[in-house]
Design a protein. Structure first.
Length: 137
């Protein structure tokens, strides 16, 4: 380990951990009592997501909770098995610009419809193409 942040980084993802958008599958959900961001003497119950391919968990912020609820409803157990993308952005928190981790749904490529089967050829008249017909003149 070459950085102190790697040795003492904690169990939760932080903005420096997300240097580019990361697509992850949700393995589990839980609620943890965590210290309030504005008032360190209080605690709040926060949604925490665990992932299949990530060594850290994510404490979900209010902005991202709204996205998850809009996508999959109010029951956090329904999120297990779903994929999300984590990315960082800056936002104004208590008068200070801070980097935060946000959640979005993956941008799936639009499904390309299968080509339609070709129309069957018109039925062939057994008398068509017969040049032995009499010409009526």
């Amino acid at each position: 380990m070459s950085r102190l942040s790697e040795a003492y980084g904690g169990i939760f993802l932080k903005p420096p951990d997300v240097v580019r958008p990361i697509r992850l599958r949700i393995k589990g959900t839980r609620f943890d009592e965590l210290t309030d961001f504005k008032d360190r003497s209080k605690t709040n119950e926060r949604l925490v997501l665990t992932f299949d391919d990530c060594g850290k968990d994510l404490v979900v912020n209010k902005f991202s909770v709204d996205i998850l609820i809009a996508a999959w409803g109010d029951d956090e157990k329904a999120y297990v098995g779903k994929q999300i993308v984590l990315y960082t952005t800056e936002t104004n928190i208590a008068g200070t610009m801070r980097k935060i981790i946000m959640v979005r749904l993956p941008r799936e490529p639009a499904a390309v419809p299968a080509p339609a089967a070709p129309a069957p050829p018109p039925p062939v008249d057994p008398n068509s193409g017969d040049f032995d017909d009499e010409i009526p003149f």
